[in-house]
Design a binder for this molecule. Structure first.
Ligand code: BJW
Ligand code: ZN
Length: 246
């Protein structure tokens, strides 16, 4: 793994940039990551809140967890890293693609226009039985099951979140964009969760020449060996001014 102290990533006029972000990009906005010390999973079993089985077993606890996440996200503000990616999108237009594992809305509030939320969105809910009713915009906080609205079909609504064992959203589009990118930038994710942790391998193995792959975060991720460059540091400190157009 070539750790890098480089302070610029040069983007050529024919480059296509795919960006994958994780919880680390929102850390400087005050939102907890999952696996760091003091993170959301510290001292908790993920199975109790982030699986379909958790929803079956204790939907009230699941809604309490996501209601708190909604409150935390509402109280936070985008940081310099979110804004730097929004600026890069404006510079590159359709040669830029942003995929986030995060369910918060800080990329949107930081100025990004096109974002794929592969693990869902905190401020949306949907029918637990996928009856075909549309996904709802929902800022509600539900502390007891009596408060949880029902879908038109009579089933409960659940958070529009991709839990373990569920299929991430928009995978065909993501795969297409990785196949045609020439640079993959990964920001603030531990590389512990698949398929996101495989994107760097897919970009290295794409038809034609391998994409250049960059990781930006304070520590090396689990999949560090697949990156051509690792830029150590906090996203909010490293991303602003990092990109140079050739
Ligand atoms: C900073 C920073 C700063 C700190 N600046 N950085 C065995 C082997 C392989 C795979 C599997 C397996 N068993 C099961 C699986 C599959 C499973 C999986 O990956 N399990 C692993 C535990 C092994 N995956 C799934 O089930 C997924 N679905 C699936 O695979 O379907 C099959 C399929 C795929 C594709 C096509 C067709 C079919 C679904 C995964 C759903 C994940 N859901 C969650 C929770 C819901 C969202 C929520 O509640 O918010 O998503 S889990 C949680 O982890 C959340 C995150 O999006 C995700 C990734 O976490 P992230 O972002 O990496 O956070 P951390 O905390 O791990 O890391 C933070 C990083 O930030 C650290 O590195 C810090 O250093 C850094 N940092 N400050 C920059 N200032
Ligand atoms: Zn329904």
């Amino acid at each position: 793994m070539p750790a890098s102290s480089q302070n610029k990533i040069r983007i050529g006029s024919h480059d296509r940039v795919f960006v994958l972000t994780g919880a680390g990009i929102s850390a400087e906005s005050g939102l907890k990551t999952f696996r760091d010390d003091g993170g959301l999973w510290a001292g908790h079993r993920v199975e109790t809140v982030a699986t379909p089985e958790a929803w079956e077993h204790d939907p009230e606890l699941v809604w309490q967890f996501y209601s708190q996440r909604r409150r935390d996200a509402t109280a936070s503000e985008p940081n310099a890293a979110h804004r730097a990616l929004a600026q890069l999108e404006k510079q590159l237009g359709e040669r830029f693609f942003l995929c986030t594992q995060n369910v918060d809305d800080l990329h949107e509030r930081g100025g990004s226009a096109n974002i794929v939320h592969m693990h869902g969105e905190l401020f949306k809910s949907r029918c637990e039985d996928d009856c075909g009713s549309p996904i709802l915009a929902d800022e509600g906080n539900y502390e007891s099951l009596d408060e949880v609205p029902r879908c038109k079909c009579g089933s409960r609504i659940r958070p529009h979140i991709v839990w373990f064992g569920e299929i991430p959203l928009e995978m065909p589009r993501i795969e297409k964009e990785i196949e045609r990118c020439t640079m993959l930038l990964v920001v603030g994710t531990s590389g512990a969760v698949y398929p996101a942790a495989s994107f760097v391998h897919w970009a290295r193995r794409r038809a034609g020449s391998p994409a250049q792959t960059f990781y930006i975060g304070p520590e090396a991720p689990l999949n560090v060996n697949a990156f051509t460059e690792v830029i150590l540091g906090k996203a909010g400190e490293r991303l602003p001014g990092l990109f140079e157009m050739e």
